[in-house]
Ligand binder design. Structure first.
Ligand SMILES: Cc1ncc(COP(=O)(O)O)c(C=O)c1O
Length: 394
C-alpha cells in the first residue's frame, strides 16, 4: 500500500464530532456538538419549500449568488461600520469551516507562523496544519480568559508570523473580546504586519452587557482582516452549510480562487432560500435570538449552580466549561482522562459532553464542555441527569 500523506498523520479526527457519534450510540442527550434542536424560522423553511419548486437547481456563481451576496453585505455593512461591496469584498463558502480553511490557504505559505489563542476551536489546529503553517499558542487565562499583552506581543513579533486567528465570541470559553483587547491586537497586526483571520459565527449570541465588536470595524483593520462567518448559528441551520468571508478586494479575489477549486460553490437553492428569508427578517429576529440564548444560559447555569458543579461564566456563544477536578479525585475516577470521564458521563448519566483537552494546547484534564442550544425541557432534563453525577460529591 502506498503511504498516505504526512499531513494526515499530524492530526486526529474531530473529537467533537466523535462525541456525537458515541452519544448517538448510547441515546444520550447530546450536549457535545453545538447545534440547536429547534426548527429554523418559518421564513427560512417556507422559502426552502418555494425554492424546491422554483429553483435555481444548477451551479450559482462560484463566489456566491449575486442576490445572496447583496443580502449578506447589507446586513454586515452595519456591523462593519462601512459599506461592504458585494461585488468584490465577499465570497460565499460552505460554512465558516470552509471559510476558515479558504482564508488560511489564501494567506499562508508553508512554514509561515500563525498565532492562535488557547483554548481554541479545534478546527484551527487542522486548518493551520493543512495550510502548511506552524501554530504559536498564546494562553487565555481563566476565569476571564484574558491574555497577557507581553506574551501576545512576544508571539506576534516572531519572524514569519502571517496571521492571528481570533474567535470572537470564543468557543469553547465563551469570551467576548473587549474593545481595548481588540485595539491591542489591531496595533500588533499593524506593527508586525500580519492578517487577523477572525471567526465570528456567534456574533449575535452575547449575554448581559457584552457587546460583540467586529475587529474589522476598528480603524485601519478592514484592510488586514479576513472575517469568517456563517448562517449556521444565527439562523439555526447548521446543516445548510452556508458561510462567507469578508475582506479587502485583493485578498477576496485570491480567496475566491481557493474556494472555487475547493468546492466550486455553496448549494444554489440553499443560497436562494436563505436570501429570501434574510430579506424579510428584521431587527426583532436578532433581538429575539439573543434573548432566547440568554434565557437558556440562565436556565442551564442556574441548574449547574444548584447541583454545585463549578463552571465558567460565558459572555457569549452557547458553551460552558464545567470543572471536573473534584470528581477526578474520587476513587472511582482516579487516573481517568477527561475523555474517559466524558465516556463515563454518556454511559452513566445519559449526557454527552466534549473533553476540554481537545481545545487546549496546555495539558488540561479537568474541564469538560457542554452546550445549551437545547429546548428548555431538554436542559431541565439534562440537569436532572447530571444530578446523579453531582450526588457522587455528597
Ligand atoms: C467557532 C466556530 N466556528 C465555526 C463553526 C462551524 O461553523 P459552520 O457550520 O459555519 O461551518 C463552529 C461550530 O461549532 C464554531 O463553534
Amino acid at each position: 500500500m502506498p503511504q498516505l500523506s504526512n499531513r494526515v498523520m499530524t492530526f486526529t479526527d474531530s473529537v467533537i464530532r466523535r462525541m456525537t457519534r458515541i452519544s448517538d450510540e448510547y441515546g444520550a442527550i447530546n450536549l457535545s456538538q453545538g447545534f440547536p434542536d429547534w426548527d429554523p424560522p418559518t421564513e427560512i423553511t417556507d422559502a426552502l419549500a418555494e425554492v424546491a419548486k422554483e429553483g435555481p437547481h444548477q451551479y450559482s456563481i462560484t463566489f456566491g449568488a449575486t442576490n445572496f451576496r447583496e443580502a449578506i453585505c447589507r446586513i454586515e455593512s452595519e456591523r462593519f461600520g462601512r459599506t461592504v461591496d458585494p461585488k468584490s469584498e465577499i465570497v460565499i463558502t460552505c460554512g465558516s469551516t470552509e471559510a476558515m480553511m479558504t482564508c488560511m490557504m489564501t494567506v499562508c505559505n508553508p512554514g509561515d507562523k500563525v498565532v492562535i489563542f488557547s483554548p481554541f476551536y479545534e478546527n484551527y489546529g487542522a486548518d493551520t496544519i493543512l495550510s502548511g503553517a506552524d501554530p504559536i499558542f498564546v494562553p487565555l487565562t481563566p476565569p476571564s480568559f484574558t491574555f497577557d499583552k507581553a506574551e501576545l506581543e512576544a508571539a506576534c513579533s516572531q519572524p514569519g508570523v502571517k496571521a492571528l486567528i481570533l474567535c470572537n465570541p470564543s468557543n469553547p470559553c465563551g469570551k467576548v473580546f473587549k474593545r481595548d483587547e481588540l485595539e491591542f491586537i489591531a496595533s500588533l497586526a499593524k506593527k508586525y504586519d500580519f492578517y487577523v483571520v477572525t471567526d465570528e459565527v456567534y456574533e449575535y449570541i452575547t449575554f448581559d452587557d457584552n457587546e460583540h465588536i467586529c475587529v474589522a470595524s476598528l480603524p485601519g483593520m478592514f484592510e488586514r482582516t479576513l472575517t469568517c462567518n456563517s448562517l449556521s448559528k444565527t439562523y439555526s441551520i447548521t446543516g445548510w452549510r452556508l458561510g462567507y468571508v469578508i475582506g479587502n478586494a485583493e485578498a477576496i479575489e485570491a480567496a475566491r480562487k481557493v474556494h472555487d477549486f475547493l468546492t466550486v460553490g455553496a448549494a444554489a437553492p440553499i443560497q436562494e432560500a436563505a436570501c429570501r428569508a434574510l430579506n424579510v427578517l428584521g431587527p426583532d429576529y436578532y433581538a429575539d435570538l439573543k434573548a432566547k440564548y440568554q434565557s437558556k444560559r440562565d436556565i442551564f447555569l442556574n441548574g449547574l449552580d444548584e447541583l454545585g458543579i463549578e463552571h465558567t461564566n460565558p459572555e457569549g456563544t452557547y458553551f460552558v466549561l464545567i470543572d471536573i477536578t473534584k470528581f477526578l479525585q474520587l476513587d472511582q475516577f482516579k487516573g481517568m482522562s477527561d475523555m474517559d470521564f466524558c465516556e463515563w458521563m454518556i454511559k452513566n448519566t445519559g449526557v454527552a459532553a466534549v473533553p476540554g483537552s481537545s481545545f487546549f494546547r496546555e495539558p488540561i484534564n479537568h474541564l469538560v464542555r457542554l452546550h445549551f442550544a437545547r429546548e428548555d425541557e431538554t436542559l431541565y432534563e439534562s440537569i436532572r441527569r447530571l444530578s446523579k453525577m453531582a450526588d457522587l460529591l455528597k
